[in-house]
Ligand binder design. Sequence first.
Ligand SMILES: CC(C)(COP(=O)(O)OP(=O)(O)OC[C@H]1O[C@@H](n2cnc3c(N)ncnc32)[C@H](O)[C@@H]1OP(=O)(O)O)[C@@H](O)C(=O)NCCC(=O)NCCSC(=O)C[C@](C)(O)C(=O)O
Ligand SMILES: [Mg+2]
Length: 349
Amino acid sequence: MRNPRAFLRPLAVGAPTPAAEIPFRPSRMIHFFDPSNEKMKAKVPDIAAKVDIILGNLEDAVKTDKKEAARQGLVEIAQATDFGQTQLWTRVNSLDSPWVLDDFITLVTEIGHKLDVIMVPKVEGAEDIHYVDRLLAQLEARAGLDRPILVHAILETAAGVANVEEIAAASPRMQGISLGPADLAASRRMKTTRVGGGHPGYLVRTDPVGEDLTEGRTTYQQDLWHYTIARMVDACTANDILPFYGPFGDIKDVVACEDQFRNAFLLGCVGAWSLHPVQIDIAKRVFSPTPEDVAHAKRVVEAMGDGSGAVMIDGKMEDDASCKQCLVMLDLAQALAERDPELKELYDL
Ligand SMILES: CC(C)(COP(=O)(O)OP(=O)(O)OC[C@H]1O[C@@H](n2cnc3c(N)ncnc32)[C@H](O)[C@@H]1OP(=O)(O)O)[C@@H](O)C(=O)NCCC(=O)NCCSC(=O)C[C@](C)(O)C(=O)O
Ligand SMILES: [Mg+2]
């Protein structure tokens, strides 16, 4: 561990000073595209205008013989596109792969001034972040960058989950963490073959009513990801960085996708991944508070004055703590209203 006074010092001579705070920018969806796929590439300027974050994916879902083409495709798109307020991210190949060193060198050198965040897959502990931290500092210094590129880790191994608190605290570059349910399921030897979402076999059942063990017993499906998401949210928020739900692989099932995203939103995640254009609006809807929630939050904050004491609103007690909950809602609404004129009007902000 670096000593606390050294934490904000650059890790290479000439590298930009690390940021003391992770800025909160609207991050409701991280839209994935494959930069080696010409059809997807052509849609990037239009999609970038609609999403909060657009991500050129170089890792899993890109064929082995397309790895170089994807890297080069991302360089071309980044150079040719004005992303406006939309953040540009990439997911590089895993740290044990033969491609990752060239991913870092090429992307930081060629488009480092446009890249906001590099997502690192299969992070297992703080040592992975320390390696990336130093390497990025060296490359940023060489490229003459004046602002540090941030790092986002995917939580997708059992070791990563066991070490999630130290990963979140490993570097001032840490911007956030996403859940990677498919690799995590494989790493844990969970017996689900789905990419995120629930499983009908994971349930609890009410007690038997009589002798018959099969009749009249209601079952409730449980959430396979609750423990991991909650732990990730605590690790992130305890370190002032941002938690995200990851992918929902059943593209056709837009209803269950919305449920999964909403569970994550309610537990504290700021966004989720969209793998297909159809998931963009789901994420936008779910990760923006409803106008009713915003109106209620405004009422409570106004009624609470300096935020202390207790009042009754619509038969419910509100106090310092519930006022803070309402301020969380209003802060998010304010940030989204600045990005989205439609929401500004709906929220009346
Ligand atoms: C699922 C797939 C194959 C269906 O692709 P498709 O072409 O069969 O679907 P479609 O419905 O026919 O597509 C309609 C149109 O939308 C386009 N399109 C389709 N998707 C996109 C997109 N993302 N961005 C922009 N455009 C897109 C597509 O090219 C097509 O264009 P067209 O009308 O001109 O023919 C496709 O959507 C896709 O490849 N999506 C990205 C997949 C991906 O990035 N996976 C990796 C992230 S998840 C993960 O890694 C796990 C994790 C975290 O690591 C872990 O849990 O361990
Ligand atoms: Mg994965």
